[in-house]
Design a protein around this ligand. Structure first.
Ligand code: 8IG
Length: 266
């Protein structure tokens, strides 16, 4: 066991103690715009402030909800909702970024839904669109892995879960996500670089978490909400206010979609 796994196992034990649920099945990481989904997915069994769990640094950003919830679906599955993403731009440490995902794996989760808000480079996939992650580029220069952990990254985002999501909404496009370090948004030149590399979704999360989740053997579904056109491709400048507005407007629709997908993952 690596130190990161030991820390994740300790955190998972505290989740079990605080929620009374000693095994969870699915983990959800709720990013910008996705926060309202939990209420539709299951009954809340317990909610724990992230700051009470070792390895989570107390932080607050508008649009992010730092709690960890345990839900029970109508068909009896236990869902761990991580509303407390630790962004690379906050902690500057990929191991800390991956802590929540590793904790979920230690809690028993074998499936992981990673959601985010992001920018799009495709004019036909504009603000309000939901996209299925088909692949990613990790442009952070970092990794959550330690030692010679040669994790296969061929099918990071499960083709099976993508098909399953498309059985709920056949119009969902595939996208290739690039994780930048942030917190500044990209320059238009950086956006052109990313496009040249085959990316069409740009954000500041997800890829590092997905790497740790694949190491842990989890099956991953990645869902992006496009909140803005990438820098230089839309009208005007990028703003966090725009991100929050699009996220808020899309909230009810994407929450329902996510709830239906989770239901189908049984
Ligand atoms: I929401 O356009 C959201 N997050 N890097 N670029 C980057 N992160 C983002 C963006 C974006 N939109």
């Amino acid at each position: 066991m690596t130190l990161a796994t030991v820390a994740a196992t300790e955190a998972a034990q505290i989740i079990a103690d605080r929620t009374g649920v000693d095994h969870h099945d699915i983990a959800l990481v709720l990013g910008s715009g996705w926060g309202a989904a939990a209420a539709l997915i299951g009954e809340e069994v317990a909610s724990v402030p992230a700051g009470d769990i070792p390895g989570f640094e107390a932080h607050a950003i508008p649009g992010h909800h730092p709690t960890i919830q345990s839900l029970r679906t109508t068909d009896g599955r236990a869902v761990l909702v991580l509303g407390a993403r630790q962004h690379f731009y906050q902690v500057r440490d990929a191991v800390k970024v991956a802590h929540g995902v590793r904790m979920a794996a230690a809690a028993g989760c074998t499936q992981l839904v990673l959601t985010n808000g992001c920018g799009s480079t495709r004019p036909d996939v504009g603000p309000g669109s939901v996209v299925l992650l088909a692949d990613h580029l990790n442009y952070t220069g970092a990794t959550p892995l330690e030692g010679a952990s040669f994790v296969d990254m061929t099918n990071v985002y499960s083709p099976r879960l993508r098909d399953l999501a498309r059985s709920i909404d056949s119009s969902l496009p595939d996208g290739v996500y690039i994780q930048f370090s942030g917190p500044q948004y990209e320059t238009p030149a950086e956006v052109r670089m990313a496009m040249g590399w085959g990316a069409n979704l740009i954000g500041m999360s997800t890829a590092l978490e997905a790497i740790a989740a694949r190491e842990a053997g989890m099956e991953i579904l990645g869902l992006s909400l496009v909140t803005n056109m990438a820098a230089g491709l839309g009208a005007g400048d990028l703003s966090h206010a725009e991100v929050l507005e699009v996220g808020g407007d899309a909230g009810p629709r994407i929450s329902k979609l996510l709830a239906e997908i989770v239901k189908a993952m049984a």
